[in-house]
Design a protein around this ligand. Structure first.
Ligand SMILES: Nc1ncnc2c1ncn2[C@@H]1O[C@H](COP(=O)(O)OP(=O)(O)OP(=O)(O)O)[C@@H](O)[C@H]1O
Ligand SMILES: [Mg+2]
Length: 195
């Protein structure tokens, strides 16, 4: 078993075809709150990924202790944060938009739509890292999801921005599509969600 990533919230280990995500404790949090937070994020993440299993490409959940650890399928592909520009990014953006359409039509919000949470494998765009995911039917929450994606593309993939995001908007066909797209503008004018 080898450690492949130490993120802000979790350590990821790989064991053959398995990825093990372990949420680590944060010394700046009160221990009792820390435990609660790790538990709720772990449970929510496993639940959302399980729900999405038959809807969009996500890793299979193999096991969870519902406390701090999730064992899931290791997606052995290309992380989009590192490879998007070198791949057929137009077709990837189209596929991503189709996945986001399905995600939002389930009233699920990803919460952290950056390209480090996307892996391209076998012509599929996998979404990972639903630790900040939640349930919501609100136009606002879906628009914020897309707004964060737009910011991530602008910051990390500026050579293909804004074209990449325009492809996503064009292919995003969620219910209330127009209202969601319009709301992105409102959010940007409000300027509240800067990262
Ligand atoms: N199922 C998986 N298959 C392949 N790689 C994975 C998988 N899960 C996580 N990873 C790798 O580990 C990284 C971190 O995982 P994840 O995004 O779930 O945790 P995180 O706490 O958000 O980390 P970060 O703070 O780096 O975003 C991913 O960007 C990816 O490279
Ligand atoms: Mg992540």
């Amino acid at each position: 078993m080898k450690q492949i990533q130490q993120g802000a919230e979790a350590i990821i280990y790989q064991d053959n075809n398995k990825a093990i995500k372990e949420r680590i404790s944060k010394s700046y949090r009160l221990p009792i709150l820390d435990k609660k937070l790790r538990k709720s994020r772990t449970k929510a993440e496993a639940k959302i990924i399980n729900k999405l299993q038959s809807i969009i490409p996500v890793p299979k959940i193999l096991e969870t202790d519902n406390q701090q650890t999730i064992e899931m399928e290791f997606i052995d592909g290309k992380k989009l944060s590192e490879h998007l520009e070198q791949l057929d990014w137009k077709s990837i953006c189209k596929k991503l938009a189709e996945n986001l359409t399905k995600l939002h039509n389930q009233d699920l919000i990803h919460g952290d739509l950056t390209t480090s949470n996307m892996i391209f494998k076998d012509d599929l765009v996998y979404l990972i890292d639903f630790g900040l995911g939640f349930h919501s039917h609100k136009i606002e929450d879906k628009a914020v999801d897309l707004h964060l994606l737009k910011q991530a593309l602008d910051a990390k993939h500026f050579s293909i921005f804004p074209e990449a995001f325009n492809i996503i908007l064009k292919n995003y066909k969620a219910n209330q599509h127009n209202l969601i797209i319009k709301r992105i503008d409102t959010i940007e004018k409000r300027g509240r969600y800067r990262h």
